[in-house]
Every structure is written in C-alpha cells, then in structure tokens.
Design a protein around this ligand. Structure first.
Ligand code: 3HC
Ligand code: NAI
Length: 655
C-alpha cells in the first residue's frame, strides 16, 4: 500500500509511502484518488491531514515515467479532487515539497511545515514548467512576483521564508503530525479561505512583476523553460483559472517532449549514477569527521573551507608558521564571505572557526582520519609530503592527493602502503565547485575509496570516478580542445570568434576569457617544464608563449588574450597581429571560420577524447563524461553534455 488512511478523532490521516522521496507515479496518484473517495465517505470528519512517510514529503512527479505513455489518473485531476473534497485537506510537510509535491500541497487548503522543510517548483531545472496547476494556484497564495521567482527561477525556499510569503500557514518544531492535528483542531475558529483556485490572484504591483519577468527572461539565455514559465504566470494573472490551467498543462506536455527536457532528465540521472562504482557495491565507510589538509594555497584553503562548511574538524598543515598564518587568513576569509552571503549563520560561522586549526607542526595531524595533500604540483614535493603523512598519521588514516596531472599510481608506488592513497581532485574554488573527480590508482583499497566517496557526499559534491591518466577526465578533455582551438587560431580563427561561438552555444564564457581569468603564467611554466623534458609536440603552437613573453598574463595583468584596459575584455589588434604572424611563419593560408564550424570542431574533439577515455576505462560510462563537462567547464546542461548530444538528432536549438 503506498497510500493508507487512518483516523485520529474527527481528523483523517492520509499517509503516502513511496521511498526514497515519495515521487508521484501512477500508483501514488491512484492511491490518493482512492483516499479522497474514502475520506469523502467518512462521517463526522473535520479535516484530512496529508503526510508522507520516510525522509521527505513528495519530491515531485516520478521523472522515470516521463517519456512513457501517460497513465490515468492524471495528477491535475487528482489534485482537483483533493481541492474539491468534502472537508479541507491540510498538507503536513517535512523534507522537501518539490514540483508535483508542492502542487499537491497547494491543492490542499492549508500547509503546515517543519521549520527545516523546503518548498519549491524546480521544474525549470528539468526543462519543464509545473504541469499540475502550480503556476495557477501559487499566485493565489503568495504575491505574483514571489510566485514568478519560484516558478521561473526554480530555487526552493525554506519553510520560514515560505511562511513569511503566505505559502505555509503554520510551522512545526518537532512533531509534525501533532502540529498538523492541532492546526486541524483550530479550523472552526478561522475564516475559511476557500479552495485555492477560487481565490483572486495576488498581484499588488504589476509593474514590478513586469520588470522581474524581463530580468528572468534575459537570464534564461538558451533555455526554453524559464520563458514558458513566465508566459504561464502571465496567463494565470490574466485568464480565468480554468483556461490558465488548460494552457499550463498543454505547455507542460509540449515541454516534456522538448529535447532540452529530455537532456536535462539525462543529466539528472547521470549525476546520481556517476557516484557509483561497481567494486564498491555493498561497501560503505563513514564520512571522516577529522580531516587534515596539507598546503594552504588556493586549493588547500578552499578544500579546508569546504570541509569546515560541511561540519568537519580540519587541521591544515603549512611549511612555516608564517605560511600557516597566511593559509588561516585565506580560510577565515572564505568563511567570512560565506557568512556575509548568508550561506551560514553566525552560529555555524563560530562552529567552523572552532573546528579549524592551522599549524606548521606535522605531528598535529596525528588524529586525522583522512588527509588531503594540496601542495605544489611537483612529484618529488608530493612524494615527500606523502612519506611524512605516512609516519605522522595512524595506519588506517586515508591519504588523498589533489594533483591535477601527476600519475597517482606512481605516487602511491613511492609509499610504504600504497593502498592508502586515493585521488580527490577538487576544482577551483573548491568550496564552490560541485564536481569532484575521485581518482582510482591501481593499489588503492576499497576502504580508502569508500572513505573518499563518503567525504565527497558529506561535502555535497557530485562525484565521478576516474582512472589514472594525464589530466583524468576533465583536464584531459580540456587540454585536447584547447590544443585544437590553438590550431584553429593558426588556421584562421581569432580568440574572440572562438569565445563568441562557445558563448552562443551556451557556455558561460569562452576558453580564452576563461584562460585570462585563471592567468596564463601557470600553464606557461608547465609548458616550459615539459619542453625541458623533451615533451614538446612537433606541431607546437607558439602563440600563448609569445603572449606570456610580452607579459600578457591575463586579466590580473590587464592584458592577455584580450585587452582589459577599459575593464571589459576587448579584442586586441596586437594579439591579432601575433596570430597572423604565426600563420604566415608556418606558411598556413588562413581561412574564415563560421561559429557553427568552430563549435563543430570543439565538439568533435571533446567527443573523440571522450571516446578514448571510455576505451581506456578512465571513465566507466559516457554519461560520467557529460557530468564532468557540465560541472567542470560550464558545458550547457540543457544540451545533456557532449556525449549525449552526439547521439541526438541534429543540433538542439539554443533559443
Ligand atoms: N522522480 C523519480 N525519482 C526521483 C525523483 C523524482 N522526482 N527525485 C529523486 N528521485 C530519486 C533519485 O533518482 C535517487 O534515486 P537513486 O537512489 O536510485 O539514485 C533517489 O530518488 C534519491 O535522490 P537524491 O540522490 O537526489 O537524494 P537527495 O536527498 O540528495 O535529494 C531531492 C533529494 C532534493 C528530492 C532531489 O532528488 C531532487 O531534487 N529531486 C528532483 C525534484 C524535482 O525536480 N521535482 C520536480 C519533478 S517534475 C514534476 O514534478 C512535474 C509536475 O509539475 C507535474
Ligand atoms: P598553491 O601554490 O596556491 O599552494 C600550494 C601550497 O602548498 C603553498 O601554500 C605552499 O606553501 C604549500 N606547500 C608546499 N610544500 C608544502 C609542504 N611540504 N608542506 C606543507 N605545505 C606545503 O597551489 P594550488 O593552486 O593550491 O595547487 C595545489 C595543488 O592542487 C596542485 O597539485 C595543483 O595541481 C592542484 N590543483 C590546482 C587547481 C587550481 O585551479 N589551482 C585545481 C585542482 C587541483
């Protein structure tokens, strides 16, 4: 039984139980319809409380049913039955009420929520709009501008904010059922607001609504669903409710067949599947509570902050007391910024500071359960640090390296116990970026891998397992298409043309603006090191070196691939001259590149490198590569990623 009905005095309780997140599939819809019929027939009832078993209220329609033939009863019809029930229904919300889950709660006359609950209409993140009355009921419960933010932005709100908006009628501290029953007992003393659909829309400031709609439409760049969400809200404000409901459903069904929503559903499941590794089936490890970080530069400070923000105790080791102090300042700066931006409150901020120690004494790491090194990208420096960690930490402490390119299997081979070493490759800034590559060297133990995975989960990361190779998945693919973009420069393209093609495709910025932001000097140093080791390819492109030799290190120097003297990235004739000269020097006859041709080249290089990565077993599944490219480099999520995209009918429209 996924829906059961019980009675507590003059209140009936309808409990929905469909683990893990009570998604609404056909069985749940049918169960709810039966529960309406059953409670309508019960005598002497004052109200019905609808609550969910397990960790959450309803997290939405069952996404696994999308793409299959529709099955009755349909959600809008079930919600109409709840709204028209003989006695008022009260939704009792814990965990998350999302999408169809919030629409279900909106069909109830009242909503009582645990303080920790979250409520939202995230359908736009799946390329959809609410399809069961969300856009029509919400602006009858909260102000239209707030409704627009929730529907077109897709971000859930906390229960306390929801109460301020008018979405939640009462908050509960602990016993949700008890709070809902007590709320039910007060109904006779309250004026009945009536069914939500019968209420007028709340649009006190139409001009503010229009301004917000214009802003959200501009932000939707390339994505279809936010624009549809705005249109649906407008209809809800202007049309009779029944017409707005019919139009919303039609738009929802149309979007369900849109390539963007299919692609986004692919990414949804790919992100959840990527964190699974066959060899770890049935093996789990507790998330390490006490974490050591060695090196407190850009990455070490970000990793330490990420661990602190996730409630871990962190000891950070630097080379000298002065360096430890500087690293501590970097970490506390990140924590302060998180406080200022409302990511944490003052209590959590104080707890993070209490849980943090910076030291230059390696012995202080003796009690940690997992230690991550983030020292200079140099094999010998890392080898020495790992040897030190092996002596100061307990034998069951897991050791991790954040190396970007070094051979983790070779590093492990230098250790007394190579099974302790796992790669945890964070992206910068480590406390912000959601992606973490878990690198699997040959000798690593299941326990070390499972501990690394457990820490990643505690940090809220999207994880992808990667085999050992130069650059793992993300940096290897990036190196490949960066190299091909350099060939395109020599063959006839200009940096701003390549960037414009990428932005037009949906990337937040092009590869050259990204390089300017990160700084060109580090990669230059690496190229010089590789050249000294005799590792320079025959068709080497000199353009980036020439720019660095001229001091053009990127945004921080005011000049890189672009000129930043006005504050904005502007195409620079000097860069163009360097590029043209190099084409001439190599005897290449330059040809014009259309934006489509540029993107076709970039995509085919990404896909070819992705295929090589799959062939070599570096990634287990093509969708893991999609997850990496979307979360590491801003590959447009609504296309599904490079590997998914290749298997689709021609290009997904970007507008
Ligand atoms: N349908 C089917 N399965 C779902 C689901 C859904 N709506 N939401 C979550 N799941 C599954 C996940 O795939 C995962 O399955 P797995 O264990 O087999 O991998 C399991 O539930 C647990 O999910 P998470 O790993 O994501 O668990 P978290 O605790 O990290 O997150 C969550 C929970 C916040 C609910 C997150 O899963 C989520 O955001 N879900 C999607 C919510 C959503 O987008 N709802 C709208 C759906 S569209 C809709 O409702 C249309 C309507 O308007 C008609
Ligand atoms: P960084 O130069 O900013 O910081 C390195 C820190 O390590 C310095 O503060 C240095 O004092 C410290 N250090 C060096 N030897 C030490 C030792 N023996 N004991 C204690 N501390 C020591 O370097 P960054 O950028 O933070 O990179 C660190 C590692 O992370 C490298 O392996 C890099 O490849 C990797 N990485 C870097 C990314 C980035 O975007 N910067 C992204 C992902 C990984």
């Amino acid at each position: 039984m996924t829906v059961s009905v019980t009675q507590e005095g003059d209140i009936a309780c309808v409990t929905l139980d469909n683990p893990p997140v009570n998604a609404l599939g056909q069985a749940q819809r049918a169960g709810l319809a039966d529960a309406v019929a059953q409670t309508n027939a019960m005598l002497g009832l004052r109200a019905v409380v609808l609550l969910c078993a397990g960790r959450s209220f309803v997290a939405g329609a069952d996404i696994r049913e999308f793409g299959k033939p529709p099955m009755e009863p349909h959600l809008p019809d079930v919600l109409a039955q709840i709204e028209g029930a003989r006695v008022p229904w009260i939704a009792a919300i814990h965990g998350t009420a999302l999408g169809g889950g919030l629409e279900l709660a909106l069909a109830c006359r009242y909503r009582v929520a645990l303080r920790s609950a979250k409520l939202g209409l995230p359908e736009v993140t799946l390329g959809l709009i609410p399809g069961a009355g969300g856009t029509v009921r919400l602006p009858r419960v909260i102000a239209a501008a707030d409704a627009l933010t929730m529907v077109a932005g897709g971000k859930p709100v906390g229960a306390m904010q929801a109460q301020d908006m008018g979405l939640v009628d009462a908050l509960a501290d602990a016993d949700l059922l008890d709070a809902a029953l007590r709320f039910g007992a007060t109904l006779a003393d309250r004026p009945d607001p009536g069914p939500v659909l019968a209420r007028p829309v709340l649009n006190p400031d139409p001009a503010a609504f229009d301004r917000l709609a214009a802003k959200l439409a501009a932000r939707a760049r390339g994505r279809n669903s936010p624009k549809e969400a705005i249109a649906a809200l407008r209809r809800a404000l202007t049309l009779p409710a029944s017409d707005a409901l019919a139009a919303e459903r039609a738009a929802f069904l149309r979007l369900r067949d849109d390539p963007q929503s299919k692609a986004l559903a692919h990414v949804f499941f790919a992100e959840r599947g990527a964190g699974r590794l066959d060899r770890l089936k049935g093996i789990s490890a507790p998330a390490p509570d006490r974490v050591g970080v060695v090196g407190g530069g850009t990455m070490g400070a970000g990793i330490a902050a990420a661990c602190l923000l996730a409630g871990r105790y962190v000891t950070l080791l630097e080379q000298t007391p002065e360096a430890a102090e500087a690293a501590a300042a970097r970490v506390t700066g990140i924590l302060q910024d998180s406080l200022s931006r409302g990511v944490i409150d003052t209590g959590q901020h104080a707890a993070c500071l209490n849980a943090f120690t910076a030291t230059s004494n390696a012995a202080d790491l003796s009690g940690v359960q997992l230690a991550i090194e983030a020292v200079f990208e140099d094999f010998d420096v890392k080898r020495a640090v790992l040897a030190q960690l092996e002596t100061v930490t307990a034998p069951d402490c897991v050791l991790a390296t954040n190396t970007s390119y070094l051979d983790v299997t070779a590093l492990a081979a230098t250790m007394a116990d190579p099974s302790r070493l796992v790669g945890l490759h964070f992206f910068s800034p480590a406390h912000v970026m959601k992606l973490l590559e878990i690198v699997v060297p040959d000798a690593v133990s299941d326990n070390a891998l499972a501990s690394g995975a457990a820490l990643a989960k505690a940090l809220g990361k999207i994880t992808v397992f990667a085999g050992v190779c130069d650059g793992f998945i993300a940096n290897r693919i990036m190196s490949a298409y960066r190299a091909d973009c350099e060939y395109m420069l020599e063959e006839g393209a200009l940096p701003w043309q390549i960037d414009a093609a990428m932005v037009d495709f949906g990337f937040p910025m092009g590869i050259y603006q990204m390089q300017d932001l990160a700084g060109l000097d580090i990669a230059w140093a690496m190229r010089k090191r590789r050249a000294a080791e005799g590792k320079r390819p025959a068709n080497y492109v000199r353009i980036p070196d020439i720019l660095c030799e001229a001091g053009r290190f990127g945004r921080k120097a005011g000049r890189g691939w672009y000129d930043y003297s006005s504050g904005e990235p502007l195409p620079d004739p000097e860069v163009e001259r360097v590029i043209l000269d190099e084409s001439t020097r190599k005897g290449i006859v330059r040809q014009a590149f259309a934006a489509e041709a540029i993107m076709a080249r970039i995509l085919s290089v990404m896909q070819a490198e992705g295929d090589a990565i799959l062939r070599e077993g570096i990634a287990a599944r093509a969708e893991d590569i999609d997850v990496v490219m979307i979360n590491a480099f801003g590959f447009p999520r609504w296309t599904g990623g490079p590997m998914y995209l290749r298997d689709q009918p021609p290009r997904i429209a970007s507008d």
